[in-house]
Write a protein that binds this ligand. Structure first.
Ligand SMILES: Cc1cc2nc3c(=O)[nH]c(=O)nc-3n(C[C@H](O)[C@H](O)[C@H](O)COP(=O)(O)OP(=O)(O)OC[C@H]3O[C@@H](n4cnc5c(N)ncnc54)[C@H](O)[C@@H]3O)c2cc1C
Length: 616
C-alpha cells in the first residue's frame, strides 16, 4: 500500500450517492476554500449505477435541494414534479382491479412548497459532474479500510483504485457509503435490533417498470381531482401488515418505481423476496398495480430483507461522521430518508465550518448537533410504531396520517424553513418537547396509537379522517396549513419565521384530535379518565409555554425585516430608481460583427420617435 502523494484533505467523503454528493456540494457552497475528496467505485461515466430507491422528495428534502444546494432550476428541468401523497385502501380485499375498487384520500391542490420525484441515477450522475466542476476531487475507487484517531490526529481511508491500494489522510472523515456501514461496523455504531427501533421489523421488495399504461390508473378517476395530478403524487396502497408505494420517476417514458414494505410479523420475507413472488402477491392483492406493471417493461427488481437501522453516534468528537443511509433509515412511508440526510448534512457542514474558523464553540456545537440529530432520528422512528396493526385499516390509518401530518406541517417543516434546528437554545426546548411527545409508552404519540388499537379491538367505527379537508376540525383547520406567512413575506432569515406559533397551534389541534378519539372510544366520560387528564395536562402545559415563546419571539423580531437583503434591495430601488424613456441605439450586424451600413442612422437616438403612451 502506498500513502497518497496528495496533501491532506480537509474532508474526505466515502460514497458518492445522494448523501455524499449533497454533502460535498453543501460544503463547497458554504465553506469556501475547503479541500474536499469524494470516493466511490462509480465515476461520472459509470453506466452500471445500481438501482436506487429514495426517489420521492418531501417539503424538507426538497427545500434542502433548492434552497441550500441551489438546485431549483435543475430540478424543474430534469425531474418530475410531485403533487403530495395519495392513499388507497381496497373496499374489498378480493377486488382491486380498478381505482374505483378503493377508498381514497387524494391530494387535491397544488402543494404550498414545490417538491419533486427524483430519477436517482440521473440525479447522482448530474450532481457528481457538478461537484467535480466546483472543485471536489473525485477518487474512483473502493474504500477497503479506515483508521480513526483521536481528534488531534488525522483520520484516513484506504482505497482500492485502478493504480492499487492508496491511503488518503483527512481531518474530517464522512461515511456516506449507505448500507455498507463502513464506520458503523468498524466502530460498532449500528443499531439493528427491532426491539430498539420501536419494534420495526420490515423488509422491502421493489421494481422499476418503464412505459406503463397510465390510463389503467386513471380509469374511473376520482371526481374530486382538483388542481393536482394524482399520477404525479406518491400513491400509497394498503393491506394488512404492508403498504406499497407507486412513484413516477420519469415524465417522458412513464417509468414507475413500485415497491412494498412488509412487516415480517404478517408477511414473511420468504413469501415476497423474488420478482415472481412479488408479482404474484400484487396479482392477488393489488391487481391494479399488477396490471400496470404488466402493461410496461420491468427494468429491475430488488429485495431488501431489513430496512430499519439507526446509529449510536453521528457527529463524533474524533471528526468522523455518518450521514444518509449509513446513519439511519426507518420506513420510507413519508419519504423521510432524504429528510434525515439533509438535516444531518447541514449539521456536519456547520461543525466543519466552525472548526475551520477556529471557533471555540465548535466542539460544544458538535455535541449538540449530534444529540439533536439522534433525537430527530428517534422521532422519525417512533412514528412507525404499531404500523403493522394499523396500515390495512383505513379508519385507523387515516387518523394516523392526519395526526402525523399535524407534526410535519405544523412543527417540522417550519423548524427547517426557519433554520431553527441549528439554534442551540431552541434545540434544548425541542429535546424537552420530543420527550413529552415521542418517548415512552405514555408519550402523546404512543397514547394516540394505543387508542387507535383499542378502537380496532373493540370494533368502534372511527370513520375516515381526510387530512386535506377543512371541515373535520374547528375553525376550518387542516394539517396542511402552514402557520406563519413566511413564503409571502419572505421570512427566510434565520429564526425569522415564528416556528413557535406553528408548534402552539399544532398542540391545540393534537389535543382536539386526541379528545375526539377518546370520545369515540369511551364516550364523553372517556375525557375524564386519568390517562386523558394526564395527557391534556401535558398538552396544556406545552400550549401555554409555546404561547409565551411565540409572543417573546414576536417581541424580539418586532420591526425587523423578514429578509434584510431583500429589503435593502427594495430600499435601494425606492431611493434610486427613475424611469428612463430612452432606447439605446441598435444596428443590425453583418456576419463579421460590423454594423450593416455606416449611413444607416434610422435608429439613432436623436432621430428616434418615442411615441406617447397609448390611452387604454
Ligand atoms: C425501500 C426504500 C425506499 C425508500 N424510499 C425513499 C423515498 O421515497 N424518499 C426518501 O427520501 N428516501 C427514501 N429511502 C431512503 C433513501 O433511499 C436513502 O436515504 C438514500 O438512498 C440514502 O442515500 P445514501 O447516499 O446514503 O446511500 P446510497 O444511495 O446507497 O449511496 C451509497 C454510495 O456509496 C458507495 N459505496 C458503497 N461502498 C463503498 C465503498 N466501500 N467505498 C466507497 N464508496 C462506496 C456506493 O457506490 C453508493 O454510490 C428509501 C429507502 C428504502 C430502503
Amino acid at each position: 500500500m502506498k500513502k497518497s502523494d496528495s496533501p491532506v484533505f480537509d474532508v474526505l467523503i466515502m460514497g458518492a450517492g445522494f448523501a455524499g454528493l449533497c454533502q460535498a456540494r453543501h460544503l463547497m457552497l458554504k465553506v469556501p476554500g475547503l479541500r474536499v475528496g469524494l470516493i466511490d467505485p462509480k465515476g461520472p461515466e459509470a453506466e452500471n449505477r445500481q438501482m436506487k430507491v429514495g426517489e420521492s422528495l418531501v417539503e424538507i428534502s426538497a427545500m434542502f435541494l433548492y434552497k441550500e444546494l441551489e438546485l431549483h432550476e435543475y430540478l424543474i428541468e430534469n425531474h418530475a414534479p410531485k403533487y403530495g401523497l395519495n392513499f388507497h385502501w381496497p373496499k374489498r380485499v378480493d377486488q382491486t382491479k380498478t381505482i374505483d375498487d378503493y377508498y381514497h384520500i387524494w391530494t387535491n391542490g397544488s402543494p404550498d412548497l414545490p417538491s419533486y420525484q427524483l430519477n436517482r441515477a440521473k440525479f447522482e450522475k448530474d450532481l457528481l459532474e457538478m461537484c467535480i466542476e466546483m472543485g471536489v476531487e473525485f477518487i474512483e475507487g473502493k474504500v477497503v479500510d479506515t483508521e480513526i484517531n483521536s481528534k488531534e490526529e488525522l483520520n484516513s481511508a484506504t482505497v482500492r483504485t485502478h493504480e492499487g491500494i492508496v491511503e488518503f489522510q483527512t481531518h474530517h472523515l464522512i461515511d456516506a457509503a449507505g448500507r455498507k456501514f463502513l464506520l458503523g461496523k468498524k466502530l460498532d455504531n449500528l443499531i439493528t435490533d427491532p426491539e430498539k427501533l420501536a419494534g420495526l421489523d420490515t423488509g422491502s421488495a421493489w421494481l422499476r417498470v418503464d412505459g406503463v399504461e397510465r390510463e389503467l390508473f386513471e380509469k374511473e378517476r376520482d371526481p374530486t381531482n382538483g388542481s393536482a395530478s394524482h399520477y404525479y403524487g406518491t400513491n400509497h396502497w394498503f393491506g394488512n401488515g404492508y403498504w406499497i408505494w407507486m412513484i413516477p420517476i420519469e415524465t417522458g417514458s412513464r417509468a414507475l418505481s413500485i415497491g412494498i414494505v412488509h412487516h415480517k410479523s404478517v408477511i414473511k420475507s420468504s413469501d415476497i423476496n423474488s420478482r415472481a413472488k412479488f408479482l404474484a402477491f400484487l396479482k392477488a392483492n393489488q391487481r391494479i398495480l399488477f396490471d400496470m406493471i404488466e402493461s410496461g417493461e420491468v427494468l429491475d427488481f430488488k429485495y431488501l430483507p431489513r430496512i430499519a437501522h439507526a446509529s449510536k453516534e453521528m457527529l463524533s468528537e474524533d471528526q468522523w461522521y455518518v450521514i444518509g443511509e449509513a446513519a439511519n433509515m426507518f420506513d420510507p412511508f413519508y419519504s423521510t430518508g432524504l429528510v434525515l440526510a439533509a438535516q444531518n448534512i447541514e449539521g456536519v457542514t456547520e461543525v466543519i465550518r466552525l472548526k475551520r474558523e477556529g471557533n471555540e464553540l465548535a466542539d460544544a456545537r458538535r455535541a449538540l448537533y449530534d444529540e439533536y440529530i439522534l433525537q430527530a432520528s428517534r422521532v422519525y422512528n417512533r412514528v412507525y410504531q404499531r404500523h403493522a396493526e394499523h396500515l390495512g385499516d383505513a379508519n385507523a390509518m387515516s387518523w394516523r396520517i392526519y395526526f402525523e401530518s399535524i407534526f410535519w406541517f405544523g412543527i417540522l417543516v417550519p423548524m427547517f424553513a426557519g433554520k431553527w434546528h441549528l439554534e442551540p437554545d431552541f434545540i434544548g426546548q425541542f429535546f424537552k418537547l420530543t420527550r413529552t411527545f415521542f418517548h415512552g409508552p405514555r408519550s402523546v404519540v404512543s397514547s394516540f396509537y394505543a387508542e387507535l388499537s383499542a378502537a380496532q379491538e373493540s370494533g368502534k367505527k372511527l370513520g375516515m379522517l381526510n387530512y386535506t379537508r377543512t371541515d373535520q376540525m374547528p375553525f376550518g383547520y387542516n394539517p396542511l396549513r402552514l402557520w406563519d406567512d413566511f413564503r409571502q413575506n419572505s421570512k427566510y432569515e434565520k429564526r425569522r419565521l415564528n416556528a413557535l406559533k406553528g408548534i402552539r397551534k399544532s398542540i391545540f389541534y393534537i389535543g382536539i384530535l386526541y379528545g375526539k378519539l377518546r370520545i369515540k372510544n369511551g364516550g364523553i366520560y372517556g375525557l375524564l379518565e386519568p390517562r386523558s387528564i394526564r395527557l391534556f395536562t401535558k398538552l396544556t402545559g406545552w400550549f401555554l409555554y409555546t404561547t409565551m415563546g411565540e409572543w417573546i419571539h414576536r417581541w424580539e423580531v418586532r420591526g425587523r425585516p423578514g429578509h434584510t437583503r431583500f429589503l435593502e434591495q427594495e430600499k435601494h430601488f425606492s431611493e434610486n430608481y427613475e424611469f428612463d424613456r430612452r432606447l439605446i441605439p441598435w444596428a443590425e450586424e453583418e456576419p463579421d460583427g460590423a454594423p450593416k451600413s455606416e449611413t444607416d442612422s434610422s435608429n439613432k437616438i436623436e432621430n428616434r420617435h418615442v411615441p406617447e403612451a397609448a390611452p387604454y
